[in-house]
Ligand binder design. Structure first.
Ligand code: SAM
Length: 248
C-alpha cells in the first residue's frame, strides 16, 4: 500500500494511520474548517438529513473521531422526537407550551430511546471528542468505544444504522470493514458512507489538484505544524477507489 508518497506494507499502514490521527487530533476540527472552508459541516448535515433517523434508532458511527456525526444525530433525533411528542401532548391534553416544556426536562426522554455509539481506533481522537461532548452538553444517548472497523467489538445484529464519515479510506482492508458493518447491522439496517472521491470535471479537477497538492500540506504545516500528515490526507483521497469502483 501507499502512504504519504512512500510505499509501506499493509502491516505498516495501520500504525502509520494511527500516528497521523494521534498527531492531528487536537487541531483536527479547526483544520477541517480551514481546509474545507466549513463545507464539511454541510456534508455532515446532509448525511443526517438523508439518514432521517426515527426515534429509537441505534446508530453506530465508526471512525467517529471527534463526534461530529454523533452530535448531529443527537440534535436531529431530539428535535424530531420533541416536535412529535409536543404536538401529541398538546392535542391530547390541551397543555400550554410552558407546561409541555417542563415535561421535557429529562434528556433521555427527549431522545425517544435513540442512541449513538462512537467507535474509533484512535484514543486521542476519542479524547478530543469526549471533551467536546462535555463542553457542548451532550451526555445522554451517547457512548464512546475504542475499536477497529475491521474487527468491531460488538455482537451481531445490534444496530439500525452504521455510518462511516471520511473514515473508510483510512482502513487497510476495506472489504473486511464492510463485512463487519454487515455483521453488526440488524437485518434491513442501513449503511451510510461519506467519503471523498474523484472529481470528473476536468477544470474542477485541475483546480482541485492545485489546491490539494499546493495548499493543504502548507496549511497543515502552518496551523498544525505537521506537513506529512496532511500530505497523507491528500494522497489517501487520491488512492481511494472511484465512485464507480466503490459501488461495485
Ligand atoms: N468521522 C469523523 C469526521 O467525519 O470528522 C472523523 C474522520 S477522520 C478523517 C478519520 C478517523 O478514522 C480517525 O479518527 C481515525 O482514527 C479513524 N480510523 C482510522 N482507521 C480506523 C480503523 N481501522 N477503525 C476505526 N477507526 C479508524
Amino acid at each position: 500500500t501507499h502512504f504519504g508518497f512512500e510505499t509501506v506494507s499493509e502491516e505498516e499502514k495501520g500504525g502509520k494511520v494511527y500516528q497521523v490521527f494521534e498527531s492531528v487530533a487536537k487541531k483536527y476540527d479547526v483544520m477541517n474548517d480551514m481546509m474545507s472552508l466549513g463545507i464539511h459541516r454541510l456534508w455532515k448535515d446532509l448525511l443526517i438529513w438523508k439518514m432521517h433517523p426515527l426515534p429509537g434508532t441505534q446508530l453506530l458511527d465508526v471512525a467517529g473521531g471527534t463526534g461530529d456525526i454523533a452530535f448531529r444525530f443527537l440534535n436531529y433525533v431530539q428535535s424530531q422526537h420533541q416536535r412529535k411528542q409536543k404536538r401529541q401532548l398538546r392535542a391530547q391534553q390541551s397543555l400550554s407550551w410552558e407546561e409541555i416544556a417542563k415535561e421535557y426536562q429529562n434528556e433521555e426522554d427527549s431522545l425517544g430511546g435513540s442512541h449513538v455509539m462512537v467507535c474509533d481506533i484512535n484514543k486521542e481522537m476519542l479524547k478530543v471528542g469526549k471533551q467536546k461532548a462535555l463542553a457542548q452538553g451532550y451526555r445522554a444517548g451517547l457512548a464512546w468505544v475504542l475499536g477497529d472497523a475491521e474487527e468491531l467489538p460488538f455482537d451481531d445484529d445490534k444496530f439500525d444504522i452504521y455510518t462511516i464519515a471520511f473514515g473508510i479510506r483510512n482502513v487497510t482492508h476495506i472489504d473486511q470493514a464492510l463485512q463487519e458493518a454487515h455483521r453488526v447491522l440488524k437485518p434491513g439496517g442501513r449503511f451510510l458512507c461519506l467519503e471523498f472521491s474523484q472529481v470528473n470535471n476536468p477544470l474542477i479537477s485541475r483546480l482541485y489538484d492545485l489546491y490539494s497538492f499546493q495548499v493543504i500540506p502548507v496549511l497543515g504545516e502552518v496551523i498544525a505544524g505537521d506537513w506529512k500528515s496532511y500530505q497523507y490526507l491528500v494522497e489517501s483521497i487520491r488512492r481511494f477507489p472511484s465512485q464507480i469502483r466503490i459501488k461495485i
